[in-house]
Design a protein. Structure first.
Length: 317
């Protein structure tokens, strides 16, 4: 019997998907790649394979899960299996450099960014922003890990030369233009089957770690678990959101064979849009969805079910 195979390394982030698959009576199998092996001489099972590997896997003790996922996806694709968010999606997931270059290719503005390896080079790169606010971030991160705001070159230099400096897991640090929005929020656009699903407004007043999942690190004060800390909800789905940027985002996803993703942008005081993240392991906030009546993981589960039905129909032709 054909199934939906879910490739991931975090049970907490897949629980909602498994629940939806069960509600729809769809057969699935959990492929957790915390560790494992691949026998390249064997043929993969028949089915639909959905890749949910995360760039932040190293924060959960799964340092090499993305590398293992690369091997698994290459094996599946070599054998002609239907993969949702395949190898190209994973390449973008683990590299913000690749994301920015791909976005720029389609005329989508990204913040000015310098790429550096080594403390000396990070300090040198920061000189390009002297006199201005700027941020640093990890090339391979997730959940806003490694994002720091600096108001001066001297502050960056002091941080990099201190014991508090945190290097990216791949050694690549990005030094980036800080986009200041008149209101403290960013917009995250969700896509399923390569098509726009909804946009969510995310309050950034309290910081940069903006994981929308209900299950995050216990010390992550910015996740929407428990009581709200602000009058307005941190995550709020925007009804009837429209912007020409959506069409460009869909072009990027189609060109890179990405079916499920969340793309984040911010507007400056002149109204210019700067896009800074493509998340191919997207999560959804249940409180925001309950208020709006729109459910991302249900849409994903239905999409996977439709793809499985197509595969089963092809088998009988």
């Amino acid at each position: 019997m054909t199934k939906i195979y879910v490739i991931h390394e975090n049970h907490e982030w897949t629980a909602h998907l498994f629940k939806r698959l069960e509600e729809l009576n769809l057969p699935y199998e959990d492929w957790h790649l915390g560790d494992g092996m691949v026998d390249l001489t064997k043929t993969p099972p028949e089915g639909i394979f959905y890749n949910r590997m995360s760039a932040s896997s190293h924060t959960r003790g799964h340092r090499y899960s993305p590398e293992l996922a690369h091997a698994v996806l290459a094996w599946l694709e070599h054998n002609g299996r239907k993969v949702i968010n395949g190898s190209r999606a994973l390449q973008l997931e683990v590299s913000k450099v690749r994301q920015y270059l791909e976005l720029e290719k389609y005329g989508i503005k990204t913040p000015k960014t310098l790429v550096a390896v080594g403390k000396k080079q990070i300090i040198e790169a920061a000189k390009a922003f002297e006199g201005k606010k700027f941020i640093t971030k990890h090339n391979r991160a997730g959940k806003g890990l490694g994002v720091q705001l600096f108001h001066s070159f001297d502050a960056l230099k002091a941080y990099v030369e201190s014991d508090q400096f945190e290097n990216s897991v791949d050694g690549i640090t990005l030094i980036q233009q800080y986009i200041e929005s008149p209101e403290k929020f960013i917009t995250r656009c969700e896509f399923v089957n390569g098509k726009f699903l909804y946009a969510v407004r995310v309050d950034t007043s309290d910081g940069f770690e903006l994981c929308p999942a209900d299950a995050c690190r216990i010390d992550d004060l910015f996740c929407p678990v428990g009581e709200e800390t602000t009058v307005r909800p941190m995550f709020e789905i925007q009804e009837d959101f429209h912007d020409p940027i959506i069409e460009k985002y869909e072009q990027v996803l189609k060109a890179n064979d990405i079916q499920v993703a969340g793309i984040e942008f911010i507007k400056d005081k002149e109204g210019n849009i700067y896009t800074y993240d493509i998340n191919t392991n997207t999560n959804y906030n249940s409180d925001a969805e309950a208020r709006s009546g729109k459910f991302g993981m249900l849409a994903v589960a239905k999409f996977l079910g439709e793809e499985l039905a197509k595969l089963d129909n092809e088998a009988f032709v």
